[in-house]
Design a binder for this molecule. Structure first.
Ligand SMILES: NC(=O)C1=CN([C@@H]2O[C@H](COP(=O)(O)OP(=O)(O)OC[C@H]3O[C@@H](n4cnc5c(N)ncnc54)[C@H](OP(=O)(O)O)[C@@H]3O)[C@@H](O)[C@H]2O)C=CC1
Ligand SMILES: O=C(O)CCCC(=O)O
Length: 505
C-alpha cells in the first residue's frame, strides 16, 4: 500500500517529508524500538510473531513490535507485583528524583519524539511537538506531586484517641492507552501512578506502540528499577483479559471508546479493581448571539480540526444561535477551505491523515447517513481524500436524529446546527449519553455561568477552543467515564486512604 498526501507533490515538500521520516526512523533504529519492555528487559513475543507499524500518511511499514498475548502479560504482572514492595517503600523524594530525570530526558529528546509521533500517528509535526511538551508537563507535575501525598489528622471523638489518615499507593496498575495521543496518554497515566508508588503495565494501541516504547527507553535511562514500568505490545483482548482478570492488578486506567471501556469495566468487576476511565466524548460547541464571532470561529477551528478531529474533546456538534448563524457558517467555511491538508512533516500542514482505514470508513458511514437524513454538505464534498486523508467537511441542516448527533465523528467533519433559545441549546447539548467536554462562546457573564452550570460535562471551555492543562481535573460524566486525570485529582486516583485510630491510653 502506498499513497501520496494532497500537497506532497512539490520537491520542497518531498525533502521535508524525507528528512522528517529519516529522523524518526533513525530513532527507531538507534533505540532499537522493536522489543517490548518487561521486568527491565527488552523482550520478544514468545511466539516470535511481530506486528507491523504503519505510517498512516504513506501506508508503508515503519517498524514492527512483538505480537504478545497472555503469557507475556502474566510475566509483566509478576514483574510489576514483585517490584511493588521496593518501589512503594522508596522515599517520595527518591521517586521524585527519578521522575524528574524522566521528564528531563523527554525534554532532551523532544524533537525526535515529535518526529516519531508524526511518523506513527500522522499528526502535523508542530502538534506532535505540543504533545511532547504536554507529556513533559505531566512528568514534571507528578514528579513534584510525589512529595505531596499528604495525609490528615482530625479531632478524635474521645480524649484518649488520635485519628490519622495516611495515603498508600493502590498497587499494580494496568494502563491501556489509545493511538490519538500515543505519548501523552502513557505519561499522563504512568507519571501519577509512579509518583504515588504504584508499578505499571502499559498496553499501548496497536497502531502506535513506538511512542510508548520510546517512553520506556527513557524510563529505563531515568533509573526506574526493573519491573516498575513495563510495556506489553500486541493483541488487545488476551492482554487485557490477563490484566483485568488477575487479582494482583489493583487498578485499570483506560482511555478509549465507551464500548471497550464498558467491556473492561465488566472484566474488572470480579476482582473489584479501582477504575479510571476516559471514554468517548461528543462535545457540544455553543455559539450564542452575543459571542465574538471571529473568536468563536477560531476556537471552533482548533476544537474541531486539531489532530484531524481525532481527540475525545473535539467539537462534535456545533450549535449556533439564529442571530449569528449565517455569519458564523460563512466564516467557518472560509476558514475550513483555507486548511492545509497533507503529510505532517510538511511545514504548514494543519490536517494530517486519519489513523487507519477503519476510521475513514466510520466517517464515510456517518456522513452518508447524515446526507440521506437531509444534511447539506457545504464544503469538502470530495470526501474521502486519498488514502487515509479526509478533507474538512462542513455539514448544515443536519437532523438531530442523524447518527453523527450521537456518535463521535473523530474526523475533520463539522456538523453545524441552528438553535433559537438558551433552554433549547442546553437540552440539545445534554441529549446524549456522554459528557466529557463542552464549549461555550458568549460575552454575557451571567449567561455563561447559567449555561455552564447546566451543561452535563466534566470540562467546559469558555471562549476558548482548547482546555489542556496538566494541573486541572480532566475527565467526564455519564458514559464518558469516571475518575480524573491531571492535578492532584489525577494523583489521588492512584492513592488509597488508610485511617488509623489510636488509643493512647
Ligand atoms: N477517549 C479517547 O481519547 C478515544 C476515543 N476513541 C473513540 O473510539 C472510536 C474507535 O477507536 P478505537 O481505536 O477503535 O478505540 P478502542 O477503544 O478500540 O481503542 C482504545 C484502546 O483500547 C484497546 N482495545 C481495543 N479493544 C480492546 C479489548 N477488547 N480489550 C482491551 N483493550 C482493547 C485498543 O487496543 P488496539 O489499538 O491494540 O486495538 C487501544 O489500546 C473512535 O472513533 C473514537 O470515537 C478512540 C480512541 C481514543
Ligand atoms: O483526546 C483525549 O483523550 C484528550 C485530549 C488531550 C488534549 O486536549 O490535549
Amino acid at each position: 500500500m502506498s499513497f501520496a498526501a494532497p500537497h506532497d507533490a512539490s520537491t520542497a515538500n518531498e525533502t521535508a517529508i524525507r528528512e522528517g521520516r529519516a529522523r524518526a526512523r533513525a530513532l527507531i533504529r538507534e533505540w532499537d524500538l522493536k522489543h517490548a519492555y518487561i521486568n527491565g528487559a527488552w523482550q520478544d513475543a514468545d511466539s516470535r510473531e511481530t506486528l507491523d507499524v504503519i505510517d498512516p500518511a504513506r501506508g508503508d511499514v515503519i517498524g514492527a513490535v512483538p505480537f504478545m498475548r497472555t503469557s507475556e502479560a502474566r510475566r509483566a504482572i509478576d514483574a510489576a507485583h514483585d517490584a511493588f514492595a521496593g518501589w512503594s517503600r522508596k522515599l517520595a523524594k527518591e521517586r521524585a528524583v527519578i521522575l524528574r530525570r524522566w521528564r528531563d530526558l523527554l525534554e532532551a529528546h523532544q524533537e525526535d519524539l515529535a518526529a516519531l509521533i508524526t511518523l506513527e500517528q500522522g499528526k502535523p509535526y508542530d502538534q506532535a511537538l505540543r504533545e511532547v511538551i504536554g507529556a513533559i508537563a505531566y512528568a514534571e507535575w507528578y514528579g513534584e506531586e510525589a512529595k505531596r501525598a499528604y495525609g490528615q489528622t482530625m479531632p478524635a471523638t474521645q480524649r484518649d484517641r488520635r485519628v490519622v489518615v495516611q495515603k498508600h499507593p493502590v498497587g499494580v496498575v494496568a494502563a491501556i492507552t489509545p493511538w490519538n495521543f500515543p505519548l501523552t496518554m502513557v505519561v499522563r497515566k504512568c507519571a501519577p501512578a509512579l509518583a504515588a508508588g504504584c508499578t505499571v503495565i502499559v498496553k499501548p494501541a496497536e497502531d502506535t506502540p513506538l511512542s510508548a516504547l520510546a517512553a520506556a527507553k527513557l524510563a529505563e535511562q531515568a533509573g526506574f528499577p526493573a519491573g516498575v514500568f513495563n510495556v506489553v505490545t500486541g493483541l488487545p483482548q488476551p492482554i487485557a483479559e490477563a490484566l483485568t482478570g488477575d487479582e494482583r492488578v489493583r487498578m485499570l486506567s483506560f482511555t478509549g471508546s465507551t464500548e471497550v471501556g464498558k467491556r473492561l469495566m465488566a472484566q474488572c468487576a470480579p476482582t473489584m479493581k479501582k477504575l479510571s476511565l476516559e471514554l468517548g466524548g461528543n462535545a457540544p460547541f455553543i455559539v450564542m448571539d452575543d459571542a465574538d464571532i471571529d473568536a468563536a470561529v477560531a476556537g471552533a477551528m482548533i476544537s474541531k480540526f486539531r489532530n484531524s478531529g481525532q481527540t475525545c474533546v473535539c467539537a462534535n456538534r456545533i450549535f449556533v444561535q439564529d442571530g449569528v448563524y449565517d455569519a458564523f457558517v460563512s466564516k467557518f467555511i472560509a476558514a475550513s477551505k483555507a486548511q492545509t491538508i497533507g503529510n505532517g512533516f510538511v511545514p504548514g500542514t494543519e490536517i494530517g491523515p486519519l489513523i487507519n482505514r477503519q476510521a475513514v470508513a466510520k466517517v464515510e458511514r456517518l456522513v452518508e447517513n447524515a446526507r440521506k437524513a437531509g444534511a447539506t454538505l457545504v464544503y469538502g464534498a470530495e470526501l474521502p481524500g486519498e488514502g487515509h486523508f479526509v478533507r474538512p467537511l462542513v455539514m448544515t441542516d443536519v437532523p438531530h436524529d442523524a447518527d453523527c448527533f450521537d456518535e463521535e465523528l473523530f474526523a475533520p467533519v463539522a456538523p453545524i446546527y441552528r438553535f433559537s433559545t438558551e433552554a433549547e441549546v442546553i437540552e440539545l447539548a445534554n441529549r446524549v449519553r456522554t459528557g466529557l467536554s463542552s464549549y461555550l462562546y458568549s460575552r454575557d457573564i451571567g449567561r455563561i455561568q447559567r449555561i455552564a452550570d447546566r451543561l452535563e460535562t466534566g470540562v467546559v471551555g469558555i471562549n476558548d477552543g482548547t482546555t489542556s492543562h496538566e494541573g486541572a481535573p480532566f475527565g467526564g460524566v455519564k458514559e464518558s467515564g469516571q475518575g480524573r486525570e491531571g492535578g492532584h485529582w489525577g494523583f489521588e486516583e492512584y492513592l488509597e486512604p488508610k485511617y488509623l485510630n489510636y488509643a493512647i491510653g
